[in-house]
Design a protein. Structure first.
Length: 568
């Protein structure tokens, strides 16, 4: 006997509200506590900050020079957050990504629930939400582009799956995919191909209409900005945007700690202990087996679309030379929906008991065989956000932590409860969701312990200078990097831009860039590596213009464990 309609709706609202609270807590909690940890994160935050100050919303700039590497949609959203969102500068810079992540979770829940019921929606949402890579590595809790790309790619896919049944899903799919081109252009290829093939197999006439909508959307939203940059910057835009950022980046190899299958390794490690089930679900969905003959034809078609999109993306990335592991993030939403729906399809078959047994085995294997370490193996650099390295071939050398045991036991309990959802009244879904959320809420507290020390000194010095009402800041001896247009690296320099009321000048090594009559409240900030000996600092002070002798001089050693101090 089913529950009355009103009670059923109450169950749905409680579940959706619980997921919303949990998602907001994980995505926005302490979002602005830590200084920027990633050079790209600080770079994009700086470009958006210069956009708000210059008033030029069409051409991105970095240190006053055009920065034409990427389209401006993320910059626009970040600039708007600077203007209208309260909180620290880091919170505002990361706000668009966190909001995109929250919207993506809602779309994942809606999609999985529509295909296989509320419990499948909950499972898909939580599997994605508790993925460290989705939370931190260039994604929802960062100022990078990838959370927005994930949202737009998945929206384009899901709306494209229903484009043949109505006008608005078709328009939403076309607009979403075109907007991907305004964030990271190459990644629009994968949802475009996937949806086009899907529509051609269902209804060729509607497929042509969808393609026409996409062309119109590109002409309206994408082409004007690109033509404007061609008109204004000509060869510089072509060489930077197309030849380097699209062609060169895709063909540039990152060899240290990487292999051809780095993106698959990142997926495998970040989704543990769920990754084996997700991988099997993709293969099964491609083969058309979604849990028995009772699965609706449309459900099979949509699962095949999502699985094919994820497989296409990962196969293409395996052949691309660039091995940054977050390139695979746009496939993650499709993966969790395919996995959750497939698992709940299995629960409708005679193999239903295999689900809790498999989840239990994976949880135990995760504790016994996988040893998290502070080095992020799939990436070509250390990560200060995600302990992702694992050892697969031997037992862990340390005992499991309490949090790991809690996660493992919670996985077993949840797995054992899944078959009950197919045999009892839906009110049990509330108890299951509460159990899942309480167990995982405890385990993810370790994730929320975001490190604060990395490059925090630049943030602290900027606060110190702002408190002293400094009017001008001159920087000496900071390294310049080719991939930032031969300008100062942004992880440190961003914070000098945040000193309100101060004009910031990068002098590189030229002390002559300081005017003979600098503003009364002026500061010279010197990189500690540039002046290793006290004698060198005295010589620098003596070489200042006559009126510059009244300037304050600070040295800073940025980076993890760095320091700063005033020397005059």
């Amino acid at each position: 006997m089913s529950l009355p309609i009103r009670k059923t709706h109450a169950v749905e609202l409680i579940i959706a509200g619980g997921l919303l609270v949990f998602g907001v807590w994980l995505l926005f909690g302490r979002l602005g506590d830590a200084a920027f940890h990633d050079g790209d994160e600080a770079l994009y935050a700086t470009v958006a900050l210069e956009m708000t100050r210059s008033g030029d919303w069409l051409t991105p700039h970095y240190w006053g020079e055009p920065f034409l590497h990427k389209p401006p949609l993320q910059y626009w959203l970040t600039a708007l957050a600077y203007k209208y969102v309260p909180g620290t500068i880091e919170f505002r810079a990361r706000f668009p990504s966190a909001l995109a992540g929250l919207l993506l979770l809602g779309l994942v829940y809606w999609t999985a629930r529509r295909l296989a019921g509320t419990a499948a929606g909950v499972a898909a949402t939580l599997i994605l939400l508790l993925n460290n890579q989705f939370l931190f590595e260039h994604a929802a809790r960062s100022a990078n582009f990838d959370a927005l790309v994930m949202l737009l790619c998945f929206a384009g896919l899901v709306c494209g799956a229903y484009a043949h049944v109505g006008r608005w899903p078709m328009i939403a799919s076309a607009v979403s995919i075109s907007w991907v081109m305004m964030v990271k252009s190459p990644l629009a290829v994968f949802p475009l191909i996937s949806v086009l093939v899907y529509q051609l197999l269902i209804d060729r006439r509607r497929a042509r209409v969808w393609l026409a909508c996409l062309v119109v959307s590109v002409l309206v939203f994408v082409l004007p900005w690109h033509l404007y940059q061609f008109w204004k910057h000509g060869a510089a835009f072509w060489n930077t945007y197309f030849l380097y950022e699209i062609g060169g980046r895709l063909g540039s190899a990152v060899t240290e700690y990487t292999s051809r299958f780095t993106h698959l390794e990142a997926f495998w490690q970040s989704f543990l202990p769920w990754s084996p089930l997700l991988a099997v679900a993709v293969v099964a969905s491609l083969a058309g087996w979604t849990g028995g003959s009772r699965a609706p034809v449309q459900q099979r078609a949509i699962l095949r679309l999502l699985a094919a999109y994820a497989a296409l993306l990962f196969v293409a990335l395996c052949f691309a030379s660039s091995k940054w592991p977050w390139y695979g993030l746009p496939a993650y939403a499709a993966l969790v929906v395919v996995g959750a729906v497939w698992v709940f399809g299995v629960l409708d078959t005679k193999w239903r008991l295999a689900v809790p047994l498999t989840l239990s085995a994976l949880a135990i294997a995760y504790i016994v065989f996988f040893d998290p370490n502070p080095v992020y193996a799939p990436a070509a650099r250390p990560s200060y956000l995600w302990p992702g390295e694992t050892t697969l071939m031997w037992f862990a050398e340390r005992p499991p932590t309490p949090m790991e045991w809690i996660t493992a036991i919670g996985t077993v309990v949840v797995g054992a409860a899944l078959p009950l959802l197919r045999r009892t009244r839906r009110v049990l879904e509330i108890a299951t969701v509460v159990a899942m959320m309480s167990v995982f809420s405890v385990s993810v507290r370790t994730i929320m312990a975001v490190p604060k020390e990395y490059d925090g000194v630049a943030r602290q010095l900027a606060d110190e200078l702002e408190g002293r009402r400094i009017e001008a800041v001159y920087l000496i001896g900071f390294p310049h990097l080719s991939w930032y247009n031969d300008r100062m690296e942004p992880l440190t320099s961003f914070y000098f831009h945040t000193v309100r009321g101060a004009e910031v000048t990068d002098c590189q090594w030229d002390i002559g860039c300081i005017p003979k009559d600098p503003p009364k409240r002026s500061v010279l900030v010197v990189h500690a590596d540039a002046i290793a000996q006290p004698d060198a600092l005295r010589e620098l002070a003596a070489s200042l213009p006559q009126n510059g002798n009244r300037m304050e001089i600070w040295t800073i050693d940025p980076g993890s464990g760095g320091s700063y101090h005033r020397v005059r």
